[in-house]
Design a protein around this ligand. Structure first.
Ligand code: GAF
Length: 408
């Protein structure tokens, strides 16, 4: 498959990608999975033509080092896939996608879109719906419904979702769910198409016009690297990160959960569109162009985007030559721009950024992701934030999504 999204069919047990290797180190297999699949497989074999295929699909969350609120204007971003994953396990069969979550009580129970459901129905008796019934209007199940609608799987699926990506923390938990689920229900195209369609599913699920960053990094990340994504043409350059014994990426949760759908995200997108109507594509605009925008709010939004693109480029140059203080300075400036010009930070996040930046050994810190709460990312010397204890998560840069299918 293209772009590093790898797949094996037929019961191979070797790791499938760097992400798989990371998982092997950091997460033990749930012993109940084989039992669960065996149980479901028996149900499908009873009266259903096609034996179920056991599937395990996994996609990582991300932290964005720099370049926020630029992706939907065709700008530059620099995310890293992190060692927190969403995993979908189960077995194919039936005419519905039915999932349990380890985190939420609601269960997803989504019928396949016609005509696939009709075809599956003609093959034999239906599996029982979850006792809790359809939950496709609630919370995480909206994403399941949206992925099913977008990918129109040929057969149903029954399984479980487990995630170590915190929800509402600005670490792209929804993209991880969309990508893992799309793979689990049978998507077989390339990684860029997977990302684009998962983005559409995100739009369906939330009504929020998000950019492509989260889905692209979940599908195309390379272990040990950040990804410099040009969101105009979707080109990606991998940027090798310094070894972890020289610099660490640390994430601190503000404790304030952000909710993209209820945030001002859509308004920011519209404001950027207004700026582009006035001065042309923001990706090509200069600071002087921006100065000519009459409306002060629109001018500030555009200034953030134009200067943020420049900071991403400067940050990458700094990392390439090992100038970590310069990279850290870009992060500090990025945070100020997101706070003052883009108005997507909150005082609790500003306070964490300030405290982190004051700590010896920290090169820089900034809010990360959509904002209005969520997390802060910092670059620092190893153990510089040891006194922060478990509040400071040291994250590793891992590879992108993978899937394993075991023919039964
Ligand atoms: C959210 C969106 F989903 C991304 O597309 C991006 O715009 C980000 O906010 C801000 O950079 O994660």
């Amino acid at each position: 498959m293209e772009h590093g999204l790898r797949e094996r069919v037929g019961g191979e047990s070797e790791p499938l990608s760097d992400g798989a290797a990371d998982c092997r180190d950091h997460e033990h297999r749930e012993d109940d999975f084989e039992e669960h699949v065996e149980h479901e497989g028996r149900r499908y074999r009873h009266g259903v033509d096609e034996p179920g295929v056991a599937v395990e699909a996994r996609a990582p969350g991300r932290v964005n080092l720099i370049g926020d609120h630029t992706d939907y204007t065709g700008g530059l971003v620099l995310p890293v896939a992190i060692d927190r994953w969403t995993t979908v396990r189960g077995v194919t069969g039936g005419s519905r996608v039915r999932l349990r979550s380890s985190a939420f009580a609601e269960r997803a129970d989504v019928p396949l879109p016609a005509p696939a459901a009709e075809v599956a129905r003609s093959r034999g008796p239906q599996v029982r719906p979850f006792a809790a019934g359809s939950a496709s209007t609630a919370s995480w199940t909206r994403y399941v419904a949206a992925v099913v609608e977008e990918f129109t799987p040929r057969t149903g699926f029954v399984g479980t979702v487990r995630s170590t990506v915190p929800v509402g923390a600005g670490l792209a938990s929804s993209a991880a769910l969309e990508v893992a689920l799309a793979l689990a229900v049978g998507f077989t195209g390339d990684a860029d198409e997977l990302a684009a369609r998962c983005r559409r599913a995100e739009h369906r699920a939330t009504g929020t016009p998000t950019g492509i960053m989260d889905q692209l990094i979940a599908t195309r990340a390379v272990a040990g690297h950040a990804s410099l994504i040009d969101c105009r043409d979707r080109g990606i350059a991998t940027i090798e990160l310094p070894p972890r014994d020289e610099v660490e990426i640390v994430v601190v949760h503000s404790g304030v959960g952000h909710e993209l759908a209820s945030s001002a995200y859509g308004r920011r997108v519209a404001e950027c569109e207004r700026a582009a109507e006035s001065i042309g594509p923001l990706r090509d605009a200069s600071v002087d162009d921006v100065a000519g925008i009459v409306d002060p709010v629109i001018r500030a939004r555009a200034r953030h985007v134009v200067t943020e693109n420049a900071r991403v480029a400067r940050f990458v140059d700094a990392v390439r030559v090992g100038d970590l203080p310069a990279a850290g300075q870009c992060m500090v400036e990025s945070h100020a721009s997101l706070r003052d010009d883009y108005a997507v930070s909150i005082p609790a996040v500003d306070a964490i950024v300030e405290a982190l930046c004051a700590a010896p050994g920290v090169f820089g810190a900034r809010m990360t992701g959509g904002g209005f709460g969520g997390c802060v990312v910092a670059l620092c010397r190893p153990d510089a934030l040891a006194s922060w204890g478990s509040r400071a998560w040291r994250v590793r840069a891992v590879g992108g999504a993978w899937v394993r299918r075991d023919a039964r």
